[in-house]
Design a protein around this ligand. Structure first.
Ligand code: NAD
Length: 379
């Protein structure tokens, strides 16, 4: 099987699907690996590093895509040198990348029409069995860490308590809203930097995890069911959301930093921090809204920008994993290696749809769309 690793075309994307170390593992397993010239440069891996690992470097993107039996990418196919990359894929090949299927069902339809078998990394089940392939988690972990660092660097105060000859500086107060993978890592990082942290999540099950990383859990009694069978949060009703905002108002007011990470799969991110809440925050406070790309958890967020509102800085970062491209690529490549080893038996693809990992991740196969919600969105 010929694997191809293209240069990512999305503006600002510095990650690469495979790092030299994983290339050499694929080569040892009997795969042939082609890497586009400069594909790893954003993550500081040179063509020479890839060649040393056993890859062949190819400069023409159309040749690279066209030769692939298996194309491994970070983001979905985009535009390169003014050409839609999708045009270069050969029928019958397999594509694995983040594909954001619910946000862009038309792309999935086009892949099916072109007879590309596509696997979407967002759809890897969040189960212990699939943990080592779980790219949402590997990337969210990095994003949560970076969000806490951005908050600390942007705050005009220190995070830790400092007792000095010149007096005692109290620790910063950090509030984390949404305690999934990113939120828990943001809590742990803010704690390591010395801040006092409290956190809230609609799923009461995370209380113990929040406490285990050193934060206080804010309890808000919620009567409705807030989690799906898959463990994701459900969209809560208007009145519950209003009640959450009411309770959080006091906590937001006292915080020096608010890091928001709340997301609901396939939906706009819930609006939790209103303009009025921001208006009541202390001058110099900082909000890092990790849901900026999904509509934002804060009413003042502008995706990809820093906004100054009444003395508060609201940061809406997009693609935080790409700001740590070496490690983000390293763990993503490991996720891909595990998935591909799982998918390929004796040098051949083995699409066993009895297996829940393959079944839920594979969105197109033999010209058909295999994802119920994508089909529904297109009908
Ligand atoms: P996510 O990015 O979808 O959402 C982030 C957090 O926001 C979640 O914890 C969610 O409950 C919370 N949230 C949603 N609406 C909210 C609201 N209105 N107010 C406050 N918080 C809100 O979450 P994720 O990090 O991708 O994790 C999703 C699920 O997958 C979790 O249950 C997690 O524990 C689980 N998971 C399991 C494994 C595993 O078993 N291997 C690995 C990773 C994640």
């Amino acid at each position: 099987i010929k694997i191809a690793v293209p240069k990512e075309s999305e503006l600002g994307e510095l990650r690469v699907a495979l790092v030299p170390d994983t290339v050499s593992r694929f080569v040892k397993l009997g795969f042939e690996v082609l890497v586009q010239t400069g594909a790893g440069l954003g993550a500081h891996f040179t063509d020479a590093d890839y060649e040393l690992a056993g890859a062949t470097i190819i400069s023409s993107p159309s040749r690279l895509w066209g030769e692939a039996d298996l194309l491994l990418k970070v983001g979905p196919p985009g535009i390169q040198h003014g050409q839609p990359e999708m045009n270069w894929l050969k029928a019958g090949s397999v594509l694995i990348s983040f594909l954001d299927p619910l946000a862009n069902p038309e792309r999935i339809q086009e892949l099916a029409q072109r007879k590309i078998t596509a696997l979407s990394m967002e759809l890897i089940p969040r189960s212990s069995r699939a943990q080592s392939m779980d790219a949402l988690s590997s990337q969210a972990n990095i994003a949560g860490y970076k969000a806490a660092l951005i908050a600390a660097a942007s705050l005009p105060r220190l995070f830790p308590m400092m007792t000095t000859a010149a007096g005692t500086i109290p620790p910063a107060k950090v509030l984390v809203i949404g305690a999934g993978v990113a939120g828990l890592q943001a809590i742990a990082t803010a704690r390591r930097l010395g801040a006092v942290v409290e956190a809230f999540d609609v799923r009461p099950a995370v209380k113990e995890e929040v406490q285990s990383v050193g934060a206080k859990f804010i309890e808000i009694p919620i009567e409705e069911d807030t989690a799906t069978n898959g463990g994701y949060a459900k969209e809560v009703g208007q009145s519950t959301q209003e009640r959450i905002r009411q309770v959080l108002t006091e906590h937001v007011k006292k915080a020096d930093v608010v890091i928001t990470t709340a997301q609901v799969q396939g939906k706009r991110a819930p609006l939790i921090v209103t303009e009025e809440m921001v208006g009541e925050m202390k001058l110099g406070s900082v909000i890092v809204d990790m849901a900026a790309g999904q509509g934002g958890n804060c009413a003042c967020t502008e995706p990809g920008k820093d906004v100054y509102y009444n003395g508060v800085t609201i940061i809406g970062p997009l693609n935080l994993p790409s700001s740590v491209p070496i490690d983000a690529s390293q763990v993503y490549a490991k996720n891909l290696l595990t998935l591909v080893k799982y998918l390929v038996k004796d040098g051949e693809f083995n699409f066993n749809f009895e297996d829940d990992i393959i079944d839920s991740t594979c969105v197109t196969y033999e010209g058909e769309i295999r994802h119920a919600k994508v089909k529904q969105a297109l009908s």
